[in-house]
Design a protein around this ligand. Structure first.
Ligand code: FES
Length: 218
């Protein structure tokens, strides 16, 4: 005997809504991961690609002495470039240069020089300050200006003031260089936390927050 199912219109409507919501959630998740992945591979973070992490030691980025810990005595008002160096789960030292945007710039000024948006609590004795050395416009490394007037990006003439918290002093950069909190340990310099604001290539705090969380959980 053939049985006929009686279609309940309300049941059909609910089933349709549930299916639609499920599809929307899936698309949303894929979209979010795609967005995060496009800005930064947050879900594939390896030790060499993590951003500077608390406890990392700052080492020279200059090829002539790459990997050598930077000492306080080596710092001055002339930029010293650095990589953060951490350790993996087995205790091996890892220079986090798998992510080129981890390049850092270090300066040491006489006490009282730093001002503006510089976060003094994140410096060593109000004298040593660290920034992301990657231009927030299009990601070029930013050396010192040849005439000694701060930092000058050679790609499109962006200018930054390292004595005022890395603020934009000219050109097209959309926002300042991120300051990295540091502390002294003996004669070495250590990272004491994540960048205080979002560094390049991030354009908003939300994506940067997601990356910080991914780095802590990886
Ligand atoms: S990349 Fe630095 S100003 Fe364009």
């Amino acid at each position: 005997m053939t049985r006929y199912k009686i279609k309940d219109p309300e049941l059909t409507r609910r089933r349709f809504i549930n299916m639609a919501m499920g599809a929307t959630a899936t698309v949303g998740t894929v979209s979010l991961l795609g967005t995060l992945g496009g800005a930064h591979p947050v879900f594939r973070l390896t030790e060499d690609k993590k951003p500077p992490m608390e406890g990392d030691i700052l080492v020279h980025a200059d090829p002539a002495k790459e990997g050598t810990p930077i000492t306080m005595a080596e710092l001055s008002e002339t930029q010293v470039t650095a990589w953060p160096m951490g350790t993996d789960a087995d205790g091996n030292q890892i220079i986090r240069k798998g992510e080129p945007n981890n390049l850092l710039a270090l300066y040491r000024y006489p006490a009282g020089t730093l001002s503006g948006e510089a976060v003094i609590e994140a410096t060593i004795d109000g004298e040593v300050v660290a920034y992301s050395d990657i231009c927030t416009h299009a990601g070029c490394p930013v050396p010192d200006a040849k005439d000694g007037t701060g930092m000058f990006c050679p790609c499109h003439s962006g200018q930054y003031s390292p004595t005022e918290g890395g603020i934009v002093a000219g050109g097209p950069p959309p926002h300042k260089l991120a300051q990295l909190p540091i502390v002294a340990e003996g004669d070495s310099i250590k990272v004491s936390g994540f960048f205080l604001t979002h560094p390049y290539p991030y354009t908003d705090d939300a994506t940067w927050e997601a990356t910080k969380q991914a780095a802590e959980e990886a």
